[in-house]
Design a protein around this ligand. Sequence first.
Ligand SMILES: [Zn+2]
Length: 316
Amino acid sequence: MELKEIANNIFACLQEDKGFGWNNTGFINLGGGLIIDTCYDLNYTKNMIELIKGIYSGPIRRVVNTHHNGDHTWGNQLFKDSEIIAHRLCAEEMEKEKARNLPGLLQTGIKRPHRFPSDMKWFIDDISEFDYSEVEITLPNHLIENRLDLELDNLICQIIYVSPAHTSNDLIVNIPDEKIVFSGDIVFHKTTPLGWEGTHQKWIEALDLIISMNPKIIVPGHGPLCDVDGVKKLREYFEFVYSEAKRFYDEGLAPLEASKRIDLGPYKEWTEPERLIFNVNRAYREFKKEEPWDAPFNEIDLLSKGGKLRAYWEKN
Ligand SMILES: [Zn+2]
């Protein structure tokens, strides 16, 4: 983990992308301190706090959760005295994950992987360095709808709702004076994106919004720092996958068969290309027009199909 000053008082806290859960966070050393996202467990969130202590020793006044996924929120309990800002639907999704004890379920996956389908090994391997045993899902306490503008000393910080894109509750943090965007998981760079709830169209619109802001630096949710070109490449990936998925949908292929037929070309170089199955599956949901964008789906099944896709590529 590395804390990198990307503008005066603005820091990106970067983690090497090692698969699911290796997210980036941020810190703004103004207005009493603002953290953008926590990490996937307490150990990594404590690492982040230690790095921040090197530049700021006071209590952290505010935390923003860019969306509900555990890799962005499961360190929240270390900031119980802070104002934790997130979208209303972020709190709803976190309630659901708390009710099904998702941290406990994943901890079982790490300790007893034989209880899960063997095709899920790639995912379990990714998360095996994390420890969820002490995680208590801690909900945000300041819920927003469309937008919140903060003035951190003299720095304007625009927190903008852009969903349903990667999830139902994605926020980006735009700092116009410094031309910096913390994108949360709206941007994945050099690593394959995947969508949960949400739609293709809204994700493209969110990327177009970031492009229109013309930032010099984007701190992606996953992967190294990038500029607008990185956002455009991601947009091209989505357009490519969506049109390929449509072609194979029209031919009557199931999502896994379609994923096997898609020639990813340069996108195969991005880490975890097997996340393609999530994107194809989501495109199919839209083509069928049967289900709303927030219909529940079977994560275990999709993670298993990702393992099958990896095995297929290894053989062919
Ligand atoms: Zn993430």
